[in-house]
Design a protein around this ligand. Structure first.
Ligand SMILES: [Zn+2]
Ligand SMILES: [Zn+2]
Length: 356
């Protein structure tokens, strides 16, 4: 039997191999679940042809340097993998506070391209934390004492940042009602319009963290980061801080990125619809036709806390100082302050404000 040699297309979003899907008559990526027509892929290939490869030698050197100077520590208790620069020895795990063990070096593939250096110092991070606690009187005292503050750790969190070129579409129903009186009659004219909006939209810098141990909503709550302060990654930024090894790759975060893009596309297209008394969205989608990725380290002051068998996390944006977390609640404090009946309503209010 002869095998036919076919061209192997790579997914323009995640780099995975595309397979032809006969049912859809499109090329599909089974890693990030994107679909493309052959025309769309050829378009992307043509655009990438002229890409400059001269940086490669320098890149390779930097990757080797990274592999040589970075230590990997593993936490036997929770499985966290912590990166530290060779002169700083990691002693405890910032997730579960158990001792970590040196487990070797890290391959150069894990070297980030870019980094936003810390601009919030440990002292100011503590001040931000204290301020944040002050507004939350229901937090148990042991969450904010000095011993707990010691556990605040400066961590570079691995992030996948996507620039996406999309073909976005919105379908909906616009309605308009107009009434008038003529003679003895009252007339009502009700018009229904089928509304379609379609646009090429470019999204820049959509972030998703690559650390499975950190809650996604916690990282979203401390956004945004100012990419204007991005620097090329160099080992010296790690000094005095820790970093997480990514364990979620770009194909895995693609679904999250796509979700954020579809909701952004919906907002943009929806804002161009006007002149109706009501509008109902029937469908909104954004096909992501190509993606440029950057793998970067973003600065986060991070703290976890164990309270009555449950683990709580708190984070501060190491660039802007924006704080977020889900604090433990001291029930005795709650009941004592509000009384049982009033508390019910108050707790509802508090739950709504927990994150920010
Ligand atoms: Zn893909
Ligand atoms: Zn651990």
């Amino acid at each position: 039997m002869d095998t036919i040699k076919t061209i192997q297309y790579k997914c323009p979003n995640c780099g995975g191999e595309l397979k032809f899907n006969a049912e859809k008559q499109k090329f599909s990526c089974e890693y990030c679940l994107s679909d493309f027509t052959e025309e769309q892929i050829k378009d992307v290939c043509a655009k990438n042809e002229g890409v400059d490869l001269s940086q490669n030698v320098e890149e390779q050197k930097a990757a080797e340097e990274f592999a040589e100077h970075v230590n990997l520590y593993t936490c036997p208790s929770c499985g966290a993998e912590i990166i530290s620069e060779d002169t700083t020895a990691a002693t405890f795990c910032y997730y579960c506070h158990n001792p970590v063990i040196l487990s070797g070096r890290l391959s150069g593939d894990y070297k980030p391209n870019m980094v936003i250096p810390f601009s919030v110092t440990k002292e100011s991070a503590r001040e931000y934390f204290k301020k944040w606690c002050k507004k939350r009187w229901f937090i148990p005292g042991s969450f904010k004492n000095e011993k707990q503050l010691e556990k605040m750790t400066g961590v570079y969190v691995p992030f996948w940042i996507a620039d996406c070129h999309t073909d976005a579409v919105l379908h909906g129903k616009g309605e308009r009602t107009h009434s008038w009186t003529s003679g003895d009659y009252r007339n009502t004219k009700h018009e229904v319009f089928s509304v379609i909006r379609r646009a090429d939209i470019d999204f820049k810098g959509v972030p998703a963290d690559g650390a499975s141990k950190i809650d996604d909503s916690l990282m979203e709550a401390i956004e945004p980061f100012d990419y204007g302060k991005l620097k090329n990654f160099s080992m010296s930024y790690l000094s005095g801080f820790f970093a997480d090894k990514y364990d979620v790759d770009k194909a895995q975060v693609f679904g999250r990125i796509k979700g954020r893009i579809v909701s952004g596309a919906n907002d943009i297209l929806r804002s161009s619809v006007g002149g109706y008394s009501s509008f109902t969205t029937e469908l909104c989608n954004a096909d992501i036709l190509s993606t440029n990725w950057q793998y970067m380290m973003l600065p986060v002051w991070f703290m976890t806390y164990k309270y009555k068998g449950k683990s709580y996390s708190f984070a501060i944006n190491g660039q802007s100082g924006k704080a977020a977390g889900i604090p433990p609640m001291s029930w005795p404090k709650l009941w004592a302050t509000c009384g049982i009946v009033a508390a019910a309503g108050l707790i509802m209010g508090i739950l709504g404000r927990l994150l920010l």
